[in-house]
Design a protein around this ligand. Structure first.
Ligand code: SF4
Length: 950
C-alpha cells in the first residue's frame, strides 16, 4: 500500500449468492497503486455485527473482489451491429441516451397499443417489488421472476398447506430441535445461517438425518444419510405420515385445534358441495374470503357445533349426519383413509429405502415429538380468546428445498411434507418450524391477479397484480374461453396455481406465438440462452429464428446484465448493470427480506465503489424508463399536465415511495417517520439510508415474546401484523390438511362448480391433479420414457463455491471448479463400462452430451449428478476459447425437455415439462443412460463467442 492510499472499511450486503450475508469491504481509495484512479477493493470479510451470518463468510463471499475485477464486465450500452445475426455477439457501443431513446420509443408504441406485447422477466434478482411495480404500471401481465423454474413448488406446496414456507419465510428452529431431518437440499439456500445453526445443533447433541440421492454439502455431516431415488420423496413422506397416524404418534391436540382436521367435509357425491367443508348457514362467516362458519362434530355433545366453539372437542374420526341429512366426515378421517394404503413396503418399492428404515424413522420422529416436549414460560392468547400460560413445542425440525420441488410431482410432495410436519405438531412452535415475517399469511394469501383480459388496456396500468394466489377458478387469469392471458400461461387451467409465473416457457411460447406473439422481451440477470433454460439448443435456435416475413419471431430482445453471458449474445440491446458493490439495493419486507424467527429484518446494499465505466444499476434504468413512459407511479404532473420526474433516483424512490399515498408503508421498515423514530410504519424519512449505513445496513425489529410463536393462531400477533400491514386479515390460519382450494378446481373439472370450468381437453388433468388430499404420482416425464432404456435419474446441484453461472468468470473460484464431472456410483459405472476420469456419453430421450466421469460412493446407484452451470459456451464470460469450462465442462440442460407430449396420446398437444398444479419446471425428472465416449467425440458444439464490452 503506498503512503497516499487511504484504506476504509465499508459495510454492505453480499450478493455472491442469494443469502444476503452482511460484509465489511476494505477499500483503498485512489493511491499510487491504483491504475485508473478508481478505488480498489482489497478484502471482504463477514460482518460480525450482522444478524444473519454473524461474521461468517464463505469462499464465494470472500471472492467478490474477483467479480469486481472480472474481464467479463459489460461497461457500455451495446446495440447489435446492423446486419449481424443474433447470437453472434457482434455489438457497437452506444450512449445511454441512445439506449433510453430506443427503448422509450419502442415501449411507448407498445404501451399505447397493446401493453402485453412487452414482457419483463428477471432472474435471481432481489428487487422484485420494483420490477413488479414497473411491469404493473406499464400495463403488461407478462412479468415474473425466476421462481417458476426454481422452487415454486416449495413456496406453493407449503403456503397452501401451512401458510408459510422455508428459507426467507421460515425454517427449522435448530436451537431447540432434537431431531433434524433435511430433504432434497444442497448447500446453497440460506447457506451461512444454516451452517452456523447446524454446527451449534450438532454440538448440542442433536441428531441430523439427511434424505437425498447425493451425500454432499450439509448431508456430508449428517449422522445418517438416507439415499432416495429422485422424484420419489412424496412416496416416502406419505409412508412416514401413514406410520405416524397408524401408530397414534400424531399430536392430537394440535391437529384438533390448529388444523382443519376436525372440520367436517361433505361426502354426499350428489351434493353440489361434495368435498367442500360443511358450513353453518346460521353463523356469521365473518370474512367472506376466509369464512369462519365451518363445523366440528363435538365429542362431548355428540353433535355438530361451530368450529372452535368454547368447551368443545372435535371428533377426528367417524361419519356423521347433519340435521339436514347431509353426510359428513372429519377431514382427518379422509386423510387417514388416504394414507392407509401407503405402507412402508409400498414406499420401499418406489423410493429404494428399506421399509424397516422408513418405519424406524417414523417412530423416531413420533416419539421425539411426543416424549421430548419443550415448554417455554411465555403467555399468549389464541384467536378464539383462550389464554395460555406457556408455549409448548415438539422438537422435530425439517428443512427442504429444490430436490423436492423441481419435479412435476413436487407440489403434492411438498404439501405432504407440510402435512407430516403438522401431524407432528411442529408448526410455529419451539423446536420445529418457525415462520419469518411477513409470514404466516392466509391460505391462500389475499393477493390476486386480474381475472380476465379486460385488465390489460392501452395506456393503462394493469388492473391488478401480475402474480397472485388463486383460491378458486374465479381467480384464474383467463379469457372467456378459458384460454391464458399471460404469455407464460400462468394462472390458466394448464397451471392454475403458478404463483411465481413460468419463466421457462416464455421464449418457446413467444417464438410460437402461443397464446400470442410479443414485440419486446426484456430479460434482467437471467441466462436464458444457457443454464436457465431447458432444451438449450432449441431455445437458442428460437431466439434467433425468423418468420416467413424475414423478421425475428421475437422482434426485440433487451438484456440487462453486469457480465457477458451466453444470453447477452442474443440481445438487440445490452444494458450494462453494476455489481452488488456498486449500487443501492433493498431486501425489503415487500419482497424477500432477511427476517429472523424473532421478528422482521430488512437490509440494504450501499455502494462501496463507484460504477465501472458507464454501468448503471437496473433500478435506475427502470426509474428513468418509468419517467420517460410517464408511468403514474414514477411521475407527477404539472398544472399544465406535463409529466415531471417523481423521483430523483433509486435511493430517493426507496425513501419516498409508499404502497399507497399516506400508508406509511414503504420499501424499508427501519427508521421511518420524519424523525426516524418509527419502525415498520411511518412517514418517509429523508435520512433513512444514513441510518441503515450507521447500523450495518440492517434493521431488526424484535417481536414481543408473546408474539413469537403460534403465529397462525396468535391473536396478539395477528393484531400487530394487521396494524403494520404484514397481514390484511386477522382470521386464524388453520393448517390445510385437507385442501378445499384444490377441491374447488376439481369440482370445476367435474362440471360441478357453479362458476368457471376448464376447457374440455384440460378437465381430466385438473381433475386428477387437484386432489384435496396428498397423493403420489411418478414424475410426468417417466410415463413417457422407456425406463428400461433410460434407467438412471440425472440431477444437478449448485456447487458451494459458485452460484449458478455467476462465478465462472471469477479468477479465484475458477481454481475450485473449472469444469464439471458426472458423478457416478462405481457399481453403476462398472456396469456401463465407464472408467473413473474417462469420457462418457450421458443420453436422455431428448439428446446426449459428452462428459467426464468421476466415481463417487456418495450417490445412490440409480442416480448420476453434476454441478450446474460450470460448462460454458466457449468465449462466453470472457473465458479463453480453449478454457476448460467450454472444453471439458458440460451442461446437463441439453438433455432436459422443456415440453412433453401429453401422456394421453402422441398426437395430443405438447405441454410444458412442469408441475400441472404450479408450473414448476421439472428439472430433475429426466432419465438417462450412460456409455463410454472418446475424447474427440463432442456434442453439442457451439461457436466461440467474441469478447464484447471492453
Ligand atoms: S453465503 Fe457466501 S456468497 Fe452467499 S451471501 Fe453469504 S457470504 Fe455471500
Amino acid at each position: 500500500m503506498s503512503a497516499d492510499t487511504q484504506r476504509t472499511v465499508k459495510t454492505t450486503t453480499c450478493y455472491m449468492c442469494a443469502c444476503r450475508c452482511g460484509i465489511r469491504v476494505h477499500v483503498d481509495d485512489p493511491g499510487a497503486d491504483s491504475k485508473d484512479g478508481r478505488p480498489v477493493v482489497r478484502y471482504i470479510e463477514g460482518n460480525p455485527d450482522h444478524p444473519l451470518n454473524k461474521g461468517v463468510i464463505c469462499a464465494k463471499g470472500a471472492s467478490g473482489i474477483m467479480k469486481q475485477n472480472s474481464p467479463a464486465r459489460l461497461t457500455r450500452p451495446l446495440r447489435r451491429k446492423p446486419g449481424s445475426e443474433r447470437g453472434a455477439g457482434e455489438f457497437e457501443a452506444i450512449s445511454w441516451d441512445e439506449a433510453f431513446s430506443l427503448l422509450e420509443s419502442r415501449l411507448k408504441k407498445i404501451r399505447e397499443s397493446d401493453p402485453k406485447r412487452f414482457a419483463l422477466f428477471t432472474g435471481r434478482d432481489q428487487m422484485q417489488a420494483l420490477t413488479g411495480l414497473f411491469a404493473r404500471q406499464f400495463g403488461t401481465p407478462n412479468y415474473a421472476a425466476h421462481g417458476g423454474f426454481c422452487s415454486v413448488n416449495m413456496a406453493a406446496g407449503m403456503i397452501y398447506t401451512i401458510g408459510g414456507s422455508f428459507w426467507e419465510f421460515g425454517g427449522p428452529d435448530l436451537e431447540r430441535a432434537k431431531l433434524f431431518v433435511m430433504l432434497g437440499t444442497a448447500e446453497d439456500h440460506h447457506s451461512n445461517p444454516l451452517k452456523i445453526a447446524i454446527s451449534k445443533f450438532k454440538r448440542r447433541g442433536g441428531r441430523f438425518v439427511s434424505i437425498n440421492p447425493v451425500r454432499t454439502g450439509y448431508s456430508a455431516i449428517a449422522d445418517e444419510w438416507v439415499p432416495i431415488r429422485p422424484g420419489t420423496d412424496g412416496a416416502l413422506l406419505l409412508a412416514l405420515a401413514n406410520e405416524i397416524v397408524a401408530q397414534g404418534l400424531y399430536d392430537r391436540p394440535f391437529v384438533a385445534r390448529y388444523t382443519n382436521g376436525g372440520q367436517l367435509v361433505v361426502v354426499d357425491r350428489d351434493s353440489p358441495r361434495y368435498g367442500l367443508l360443511a358450513e353453518d348457514e346460521g353463523v356469521d362467516p365473518q370474512n367472506p374470503h376466509y369464512p369462519q362458519n365451518k363445523l366440528w362434530w363435538d365429542r362431548h355433545s355428540n353433535g355438530p357445533v361451530p368450529s372452535h366453539a368454547p368447551d368443545t372437542d372435535p371428533a377426528l374420526f367417524g361419519r356423521f349426519t347433519l340435521t339436514d341429512g347431509t353426510h359428513v366426515q372429519p377431514a382427518f378421517q379422509l386423510l387417514a383413509e388416504r394414507l392407509a394404503p401407503h405402507t412402508a413396503e409400498w414406499a420401499e418399492e418406489i423410493t429404494g429405502i428399506p421399509a424397516a428404515t422408513i418405519r424406524r424413522l417414523a417412530h423416531e420422529m413420533g416419539i421425539t415429538a411426543r416424549d421430548q416436549k419443550i415448554e417455554l414460560p411465555i403467555a399468549w392468547t389464541d384467536c378464539w380468546g383462550n389464554e395460555h400460560q406457556s408455549v409448548t413445542g415438539n422438537p422435530v425440525a425439517f428443512h427442504a428445498m429444490r430436490g423436492l420441488a423441481a419435479h412435476s410431482n413436487g407440489f403434492h410432495t411438498v404439501r405432504t411434507l407440510g402435512i407430516l410436519m403438522s401431524l407432528l405438531g411442529t408448526i410455529d412452535r419451539p423446536g420445529g418450524f418457525l415462520h419469518k415475517a411477513p409470514f404466516p399469511r392466509a391460505i391462500p394469501p389475499s393477493a390476486k391477479t386480474p381475472t380476465g383480459p379486460e385488465a390489460v388496456q392501452p395506456g393503462q396500468p394493469l388492473k391488478g397484480l401480475a402474480l397472485g394466489w388463486p383460491g378458486s377458478p374465479e381467480d384464474l387469469f383467463v379469457d372467456a374461453d378459458g384460454g391464458p392471458v399471460r404469455i407464460d400461461k400462468a394462472f390458466s387451467w394448464e397451471y392454475p396455481l403458478s404463483v411465481h409465473g413460468l419463466m421457462h416457457t416464455v421464449i418457446t411460447n413467444a417464438w410460437r406465438g402461443d397464446p400470442y406473439p410479443i414485440d419486446t422481451l426484456m430479460i434482467f440477470m437471467a441466462n436464458m440462452a444457457w443454464n436457465s433454460t431447458m432444451n438449450t439448443v432449441e431455445v437458442r435456435r428460437m431466439l434467433n429464428d425468423r418468420g416467413p416475413d424475414g423478421q425475428y419471431r421475437i422482434p426485440f430482445i433487451a438484456v440487462c446484465d453486469a457480465f457477458q453471458s451466453e444470453m447477452t449474445a442474443f440481445a438487440d440491446l445490452v444494458l450494462p448493470d453494476t455489481t452488488y458493490l456498486e449500487r443501492h439495493d433493498v431486501m425489503s419486507l415487500l419482497d424477500r427480506p432477511i427476517s429472523e424467527f424473532d421478528g422482521p429484518v430488512d437490509s440494504v446494499r450501499i455502494p462501496v465503489v463507484p460504477p465501472l465505466g458507464e454501468c448503471k444499476p437496473f433500478q435506475e434504468v427502470l426509474i428513468e424508463l418509468g419517467f420517460r413512459l410517464e408511468l403514474p407511479a414514477f411521475t407527477t404532473k404539472t398544472p399544465e399536465g406535463k409529466a415531471e420526474r417523481r423521483y430523483r433516483d433509486y435511493p430517493d424512490f426507496i425513501v419516498r415511495h409508499e404502497t399507497e399515498p399516506g400508508s406509511g408503508i414503504g420499501f424499508l421498515a427501519g427508521w421511518r417517520g420524519a424523525e426516524g423514530d418509527k419502525a415498520l410504519r411511518g412517514e418517509p424519512n429523508p435520512k433513512q439510508w444514513e441510518m441503515y449505513a450507521k447500523n450495518n445496513c440492517v434493521f431488526h425489529y424484535e417481536l414481543a415474546p408473546s408474539y413469537r410463536y403460534m403465529r397462525n393462531w396468535n391473536r396478539g400477533y395477528m393484531e400487530w401484523a394487521q396494524r403494520n400491514r404484514l397481514r390484511r386479515w386477522g382470521e386464524p390460519i388453520l393448517v390445510h390438511l385437507y385442501s378445499e382450494v384444490l377441491q374447488r378446481f376439481r369440482l370445476a373439472a367435474q362440471g360441478k362448480w357453479p362458476g368457471r370450468r376448464p376447457p374440455a381437453h384440460l378437465a381430466p388433468r385438473v381433475e386428477k391433479f387437484f386432489d384435496p388430499l396428498p397423493f403420489y404420482y411418478p414424475p410426468l416425464e417417466h410415463e413417457l420414457t422407456d425406463l428400461a432404456r433410460y434407467p438412471l435419474a440425472a440431477v444437478t446441484q449448485r456447487p458451494m463455491a459458485m452460484y449458478h453461472s455467476w462465478d465462472s468468470q471469477n479468477a479465484w473460484l475458477r481454481q475450485i471448479h473449472a469444469h464439471n464431472y458426472l458423478f457416478v456410483n462405481p457399481r453403476t459405472a462398472h456396469t456401463a463400462g465407464v472408467a473413473d476420469g474417462g469420457w462418457l456419453w450421458v443420453e436422455s430421450p431428448w439428446g446426449r452430451v459428452r462428459c467426464m466421469a468421476r466415481y463417487s460412493e456418495a450417490v445412490e446407484a440409480g442416480t448420476v449428478w453434476t454441478w450446474n452451470a460450470i460448462g460454458k459456451q466457449p468465449g462466453a464470460w470472457a473465458l479463453e476459447p480453449g478454457a476448460n469450462e467450454g472444453r471439458k465442462g458440460f451442461l446437463l440442460n441439453h438433455l432436459i425437455a422443456d415440453e412433453l407430449p401429453q401422456a394421453e396420446g402422441k398426437n395430443a398437444a405438447r405441454t410444458s415439462n412442469s408441475d400441472p398444479v404450479t408450473g414448476q419446471a421439472g428439472w430433475y425428472d429426466v432419465r438417462v443412460r450412460i456409455y463410454p465416449a472418446a475424447e474427440h467425440e463432442v456434442f453439442p458444439t457451439f461457436p466461440v463467442l467474441q469478447k464484447v464490452g471492453a
